[in-house]
Design a protein. Structure first.
Lengths: 360, 145
């Protein structure tokens, strides 16, 4: 059963295992530095479908099917799937997963959905309510562009702070297995808004949320950034990363030494200049986590990793009505080894621990 | 941190538009499009069209060329470099109508292509018309005296 430490963090009692995972990308991702790490790289942006929306649904289906196949699992083995994407009413998830027959929780956390879905899957498995849970998210450059910005062929220039939505996705199967990576803890983010209004600067809108979630995790667990091999944010990009360093440093945590951002890992800003400030989208954090990071944790090359997916909670309506852009960030603490019994340092804040530990 | 402090921090971190590169490029691309227009005009007059007809033909030709390039997926690639140089001439207007038409075709010919064709150009038409009414009214007042 997960138990609370501090105000925002839940620790997993039995360290649920990420038994299987898969990542999907497309053409732009195949030109980036992580091309070798995807399970599927489809050069056709339509993924053999008729519309971009159908293509994105296909990404989710491909990701979950590949994760199931890698884990020798059948859809009927999965008790629940947590899924989300960027489109209105989360159509990529519901259309992409409708044939699988798995009970579905549809989520919207913008680009933070991978950490949100993984958190919930971890909680459900650790609580014993489910044996296997899946978490899957996706994004598609073309569907996101037309929903949030302009038509693809429109002759507008992008600003230097804008980011490139990743066409891809990732799926994770969480279970009770004895296989690295393990989920140690989760920290759920609050909505943070520092008044950014520029929809072409998502990094700046999301950085305060990332900073607050990261600092709260350190406060709740009493750990420091040095104890982790990697602090991985979802899609802050170049601008958001710079702001994150400044914001965390002001709270006394210097994270720049072991911090990386999925949006800056998946593309090369020098060689792919039209991505501007970096990659973004649910698929950015999902595909980098599932393709590049989880295998390294599994092999033990990375021992302890904090994965923080960040989301900008805007809509076209809120933007047009002149609203600011709130951000959110959820954290999942991952490790190569399961949590030792009794490895439970007291938090340094005024502890709100509830429930207490209960036997298996 | 107040939103104001954060905004100034954001400005420090955010890269600026490289105006030393984008402005001359916009000038160059816009200039080239105007030269093509001039060249077409000269050609039409050489072929025997009258001054006024040849002017209309220039517009029609440029609109057609830009729509064609949009359809072929090339115009936005030009605009990546040309910026406002590709946006401001009549070719940009053509692109602004053709690109949503392409994009929203998947939602049907009536409510998709037909309705959403003017999502970008629509406001230009509305306020352009309104501006011309105001302009006409001012001219009319001046002509009274």
């Amino acid at each position: 059963m997960p138990y609370r430490i501090g105000k925002y963090t839940l620790k997993m009692e039995h360290s649920p295992s990420i038994e299987s995972y898969a990542s999907v990308g497309s053409k732009k991702e195949s030109e980036g530095p992580l091309a070798a790490y995807f399970d599927l790289l489809e050069p056709d942006g339509y993924f053999g479908e008729k519309t971009w929306e159908k293509a994105e649904s296909r990404i989710q289906r491909e990701a979950i099917n590949r994760a199931l196949a890698k884990g020798n699992l059948d859809p009927s083995d999965i008790d629940y799937v947590f899924a989300g994407d960027l489109l209105n009413q989360c159509i990529s998830s519901s259309f992409g997963l409708r044939e699988l027959g798995i009970p579905l929780f549809g989520l919207y956390g913008a680009c933070s959905t991978m950490a949100e879905s993984l958190s919930l899957a971890g909680i459900l498995v650790d609580s014993g309510a489910a044996v296997h849970c899946a978490a899957v998210t996706s994004s598609h450059f073309c569907t996101a562009e037309r929903q949030f910005r302009f038509p693809l062929e429109y002759a507008g220039q992008r600003t230097p702070t804008s980011q490139w939505t990743v066409t891809g996705g990732g799926a994770v199967i969480v279970g009770h297995g004895q296989k690295a990576p393990y989920i140690h803890a989760i920290t759920t983010g609050t909505v943070e808004d520092y008044g950014i209004k520029d929809a072409n600067n998502m990094g700046a809108a999301m950085a305060p949320a990332a900073a607050s979630t990261i600092c709260r995790y350190f406060q709740d667990t009493g750990t420091t950034p040095e104890e982790y091999d990697l602090i991985l944010t979802g899609d802050l990009g170049y601008v958001g990363t710079g702001l994150l360093y400044e914001l965390t440093e002001r709270q006394g945590y210097a994270i720049h030494k072991n911090h990386r951002d999925c949006g800056l890992l998946i593309f090369d800003r020098e060689k792919q200049p039209d991505i501007y400030a970096g990659g973004s989208g649910c698929g950015c954090a999902a595909s980098v986590l599932c393709g590049y990071i989880l295998p390294q944790i599994q092999r033990g090359e990375l021992q302890k990793v904090l994965f923080i997916a960040t989301g900008a909670l805007l809509s076209t309506t809120s933007c047009q009505q002149g609203e600011t852009i709130p951000g959110i960030a959820h954290l999942v603490s991952l490790a190569h080894t399961p949590l030792e019994p009794g490895d439970d340092r007291q938090c340094q804040c005024s502890c709100h621990r509830v429930g207490g530990r209960k036997g298996g | 941190m107040t939103p104001k402090e954060y905004e100034s921090l954001n400005k420090q971190v955010s890269p600026n538009t490289k105006s030393w590169r984008t402005v001359p490029l916009a000038w160059l691309f816009g200039g080239i499009i105007c030269c093509i227009g001039q060249g077409l005009g000269d050609l039409y007059r050489y072929l025997g069209l009258e001054e006024e007809t040849s002017c209309a033909c220039i517009s029609v030709s440029l609109i057609f060329l830009a729509a064609l390039l949009t359809g072929l997926g090339k115009y936005d690639n030009l605009a990546k470099y040309g910026g406002a140089g590709c946006l401001v001439p009549i070719t940009g207007f053509s692109n602004a109508v053709a690109s949503p038409a392409l994009e929203f075709k998947s939602e049907g010919f009536i409510l998709g292509l037909g309705a959403k064709m003017f999502v970008i150009a629509g406001p230009v038409i509305v306020y352009g018309t309104l501006a011309s009414v105001v302009y006409g009214f001012i001219i009319w007042i001046f002509h009274l005296y």
